[in-house]
Design a protein around this ligand. Structure first.
Ligand SMILES: [Zn+2]
Ligand SMILES: [Zn+2]
Ligand SMILES: [Zn+2]
Ligand SMILES: [Zn+2]
Length: 269
């Protein structure tokens, strides 16, 4: 058994060492803590790999930057825990060099832009927790809150061939992208949250011709909002049907109505 006094010494020394090392790891370019690879200038100042390609000279001494890594400092990064870059927004988590990036990607304190930034030029930015209230207050016409099922209407003849909606179901949020490209009609449902949870939800899209037995129903698994939309469209991991086929479902008032239902996918046994 280890003597009690050594235990005490180890616990008090480690945080100081960590703090000292962290201040050594502060990048002179972005002031964030550097993760490997760490490179240097000709005077030995360190620079992070995000800043280096953007800089012509060392921000500390104005001398040229070299293609030379500081392996000694990189090895020391294994000995400490990094505070999350969202600490200024309230995140108190710290993680080792191997896990800090994974945490930051899904950190609930990460600043989030409004999904209507591009479509309506909405400049809202805050943490994800506050997004639902903002959407309900400012974009209610494009938000559906019925649990799991809703009717969406598109005017297929309108010049605006892109549609964008937000839907809440199962206390989760989904972004719905609607697009006509050439002869095809695409609808992709993406899950907002940890990417590994996206496949827990599926969606069913149904078109039905009134007063007829004709109908189309397509089911897909939802994708992560972090995925590139073009890739989702091109890979076929979404609703995709020729517009000619869907034209049959355009109502006499010129709208294409469909029912979108989000459901939980039960694990395959
Ligand atoms: Zn930097
Ligand atoms: Zn320098
Ligand atoms: Zn965080
Ligand atoms: Zn907004």
């Amino acid at each position: 058994m280890r003597p009690a006094c050594i235990e005490v010494v180890m616990k008090t020394v480690k945080p100081d060492l960590s703090q000292g090392l962290l201040s050594e790891l502060q990048c002179p370019g972005c002031m964030e803590y550097m993760l490997p690879p760490i490179e240097t200038c000709m005077n030995g100042h360190n620079i992070c790999s995000k800043c280096k390609p953007k800089l012509k000279e060392c921000p500390a001494c104005r001398k040229p930057l070299l293609n030379m890594r500081n392996f000694a400092l990189e090895n020391l990064t294994r000995k400490i825990d990094y505070p999350c870059t969202n600490r200024k927004f309230g995140c108190k988590e710290t993680h080792s060099v191997d896990f800090i990036i994974d945490h930051q990607v899904t950190c609930v304190y990460a600043p989030f832009t409004c999904p209507f930034l591009k479509h309506n030029k909405c400049a809202w930015i805050d943490i994800l927790k506050n997004l639902k209230n903002h959407l309900l207050e400012c974009h209610s016409q494009d938000v559906r809150e019925q649990n799991g099922e809703t009717n969406l209407i598109i005017n297929p003849e309108s010049k605006e061939l892109r549609g964008y909606k937000v839907m809440f179901a199962y206390n989760e949020m989904f972004y719905i992208y609607i697009q006509r490209r050439a002869t095809n009609y695409y609808i992709a449902v993406t899950y907002v949250g940890k990417p590994e949870n996206a496949s827990k939800y599926g969606y069913k899209i149904s078109f039905k011709k009134s007063e007829s037995i004709e109908s189309i129903t397509v089911c897909h698994v939802s994708r992560s909002v972090n995925e590139e939309l073009n890739k989702i469209f091109e890979s076929g991991n979404c609703f995709k049907l020729p517009y000619d086929l869907l034209k049959r479902y355009v109502t006499c008032d010129g709208q294409l109505r469909y029912k979108l239902e989000i459901f939980e996918v039960s694990p395959v046994r």
